[in-house]
Design a protein. Structure first.
Length: 168
């Protein structure tokens, strides 16, 4: 799993050529409000985007992963009160979903204002009410990881990568 800062980008390179940001064939992004209804909005945005990209058949896996990443951002990364009702201050970036498509890869990334690394819980406790989100992300995506934001933005991006079948 890509949960350690020193190895957080390594899974992007395993078994595939390096990602070239200039080679993105399609990209879409949306800001999400600091409330739990944002998970449904993220799924709807993902479904619509994948339909536009003729990737409808990938929605089940990608939609599940997007739901988990957005839920984690709302639950753990927003300032005190977070999705329970408090608004994110205007100077702080909120939660944002990014979808990017390369020829043979699709990445979903969720940006949030927290500098804390994501923490995967013990995957063997399936009776727990919560804590299985990153286990599901790991199970349904080809790889995942995170990286801190740089420059004027604080926070991090948690991403999941999906391999796509080449066109043809």
């Amino acid at each position: 799993m890509g949960t350690n800062g020193s190895t957080m980008l390594k899974p992007l390179r395993q078994g595939l050529p390096p990602l070239n940001p200039a080679a993105v064939s399609s990209a879409a992004s949306c800001a999400l409000p600091a409330r739990y209804e944002a998970v449904r909005e993220a799924r709807q945005f993902t479904r619509g985007t994948l339909e536009q990209w003729n990737l409808d058949e990938r929605f089940d896996d990608v939609g599940l992963v997007v739901s988990e990443l957005v839920t984690n951002a709302l639950r753990h990364a927003l300032p005190e009160g977070g999705a329970a009702g408090a608004r994110v201050p205007q100077q702080e970036p909120g939660v944002r979903l990014h979808l990017m498509r390369w020829t043979e890869r699709l990445m979903c990334a969720v940006r949030d204002p927290s500098n804390d690394s994501p923490v995967a819980r013990d995957s063997e406790d399936f009776s727990a009410e919560s804590g299985r989100g990153l286990f599901l992300v790991d199970s349904f995506s080809d790889s995942w990881g995170w990286h801190p934001l740089a420059g004027t933005l604080s926070g991090k991006v948690v991403w999941a990568l999906f391999r796509l079948q080449p066109d043809g």
